[in-house]
Design a protein. Structure first.
Length: 59
């Protein structure tokens, strides 16, 4: 959820990795898994689906 929230806020993969204290190489792999689980193909679709499903809140 933290990675998804980060991309929803417009952070780069490097920014997300730094904020979460994880490797920058981990983020793209996690993003691919998120896309697969949400059945989407882009950042915009992932953010939209996550908000619709109540997984994240942007405020």
């Amino acid at each position: 959820m933290d990675i998804l929230w980060g991309i929803a806020k417009g952070y780069t993969y490097s920014d997300v990795a730094e904020r979460l204290g994880i490797s920058a190489n981990t983020v793209p792999t996690d993003i691919k898994n998120i896309y697969r689980k949400l059945e989407v193909n882009s950042r915009g679709e992932a953010v939209f689906e996550a908000i619709q499903r109540g997984l994240i809140r942007i405020s």
